[in-house]
Design a protein around this ligand. Sequence first.
Ligand code: CAA
Length: 288
Amino acid sequence: MSIRSVGVLGCGLMGSGIAQVSAHAGFPTVVREVAQAPLDKGLAAIRKFLQGGVDKGKLAAADMDRTLANLRGTTELSELAGCDLVIEAVSENLTLKRELIGAIDDVCGPATIVASNTSSLSITELSTFTRRPERFIGLHFFNPVPLMKLVEVVKTLRTAPGVAEDAADWCRAVGKIVVIVGDSTGFVVNRLLVPYMLDAIRVYEQGLASRDDIDNAMKLGCGYPMGPLLLGDYVGLDTTYSIAQIMFDEFREPRFAPPPLLKRLVLAGHHGRKTGRGFYDWSTTPPS
Ligand code: CAA
């Protein structure tokens, strides 16, 4: 495997998790945010997760120190120079991604693999923003990144032989299990998961069952780790809404259309765990 050092763009929910698992696996990792405040917030979340692991006896204190020593936060894009792999994990905004993916071309050498963690945008479209489309792929991680085992590795028609394989080797080196998928909006997981979550909101909206009964039905009836409404809060209702819109635009199938209730919650600022309020009240633990 040719990947020795890693850069991550964005230190939010996903970027901080990706940077954490990379540093924990021993890769020198630099994570870049647009300003100091979100960077500090993301780095604090990493420290909190690692400390939680130490407190639970899941992680040695020395491991935590080693992980933090491998990790560097910055607000400068130029600090990503020299990275063998750069993973873009900023919000699902095409204009922002276009800017950053283009800017990486001027910072990193031609051998650098550039990946996007997008959950719904087209990897092929994103690859048109770089002068190295043959070294551009999707690496789709799942939330919470340190605990979820899967990464969808996404190739496009232009990805050069060996690039996805090198990236997949790196994913395995950070402890993940890889599936290789083609470039289609939502890949495999969200293609199946998003309509399920939207249907759960419709069931709730139509008054078929209470919030808790819907979540318990799927948790206890299907053995899922959490119910779909709690999962929506966990992923972020704003994120779920934006993925649904992108998938609906692509496929024009009603099952991908965001339900009106989801739109209202998002407009009201009820984005789930991240804002303290969604289907659940996250200011209490566990949410109720
Ligand atoms: N450090 C080390 N290990 C830790 C840890 C820490 N800080 N915190 C927890 N763990 C360990 C726990 O000790 C536990 O290990 P064991 O199984 O060996 O006991 C394990 O991680 C699970 O932790 P918890 O017991 O605290 O948590 P849980 O069992 O309640 O599970 C969960 C939490 C993993 C989030 C689970 O509820 C779950 O899998 N939920 C579904 C999440 C999901 O579906 N995510 C995908 C969302 S979709 C997405 O991300 C894609 C997209 O594009 C939108």
